[in-house]
Design a binder for this molecule. Sequence first.
Ligand SMILES: Cc1cc2nc3c(=O)[nH]c(=O)nc-3n(C[C@H](O)[C@H](O)[C@H](O)COP(=O)(O)O)c2cc1C
Length: 324
Amino acid sequence: MTLPVFKKHSVPAVLAPMAGISDAVFRRICVEHGCDFTYTEMVSAKGLLYGGRKTRELIRISPFEKPCAVQLFGSDPAIVSDMIRELYDGCGGDIAMFDINMGCPMPKITGNGEGSALMKNVPAAAKLMEACAKASPLPVSCKFRKGWDDSSVNAVEFAKAMEESGAAMVTVHGRTREQFYHGPADRSIIKQVVEAVSIPVLGNGDVFSGESAKAMIEETGCAGVMIARGAEGNPFIFEEVRAALSGLPYVPPTDYMRMTEAIRHAEGFLAEKDPRLFPELRKHMSWYTKGMRGALEFRRGVNTARSPEELLGLLYSFRETLEK
Ligand SMILES: Cc1cc2nc3c(=O)[nH]c(=O)nc-3n(C[C@H](O)[C@H](O)[C@H](O)COP(=O)(O)O)c2cc1C
């Protein structure tokens, strides 16, 4: 079976799951810029079970952003696999794959034995993957780290256990849980995983440009690259990566073009989500305008805007100050 992630290009560039960031609006924008595959942010399987409306909103997939995987977190094989089945039955074909989060470092997640805590209990993680792969008519993958800490680096052993338990693909973030997001991502551990398993491996960590995507692929042999922070305020990175992988020149967007994208992002957000949530746009606007002349003052305005209309007004006026 060809995984949906490989449908467009043999070496896909993928948008990472990012809590509070990779919503349907941002995913669609990334797909429009050449992203091959996206993930919802991590969604609690227990939260779905207990029927939270907010939790369900996190897995809304729009028709313009397919293919998209749903990422779940949880540790109870029965609950996570039941939720997979329920989501599949209700999804009308919108979901392309399920991914299980085994890399989240946050104490409120690891404290429940979820996220990267699963790396400390390989048999439990294997049982979870087995139950999910059995229950799911769609491929199931998982995303994990180099290990829990420097004294327990076990990504290779972990990847093998996941493959044996039915994972169709794995993503490796080359940092330990203890590192959170600090220090450089270790590409050598990704290479070791690639060499140890037969299923595709996505390489993740520190891809911030076309060149770094190329380096990730060349140094690790990974089947595709997953990009998280490099896409924040910069959905153009997928065009840059595609150009680098095809050996074509890349012309970066002008500040005006970046701001136009920021406006589309804000308008999409306000049209599709509850406009009262407009403060969530602040961080995105700050990322889009990184390095632009006058950005500091613009951000001050954005951070104190009291309505969606005021925010949009600021975006349009700021764009007029930029060169086309
Ligand atoms: C704000 C933020 C939210 C994240 N949320 C998730 C998540 O929901 N699920 C997940 O598997 N990883 C999550 N991650 C981790 C990223 O997917 C990725 O593994 C990590 O940032 C390393 O990639 P990068 O160097 O390209 O940023 C998150 C990272 C950030 C910065």
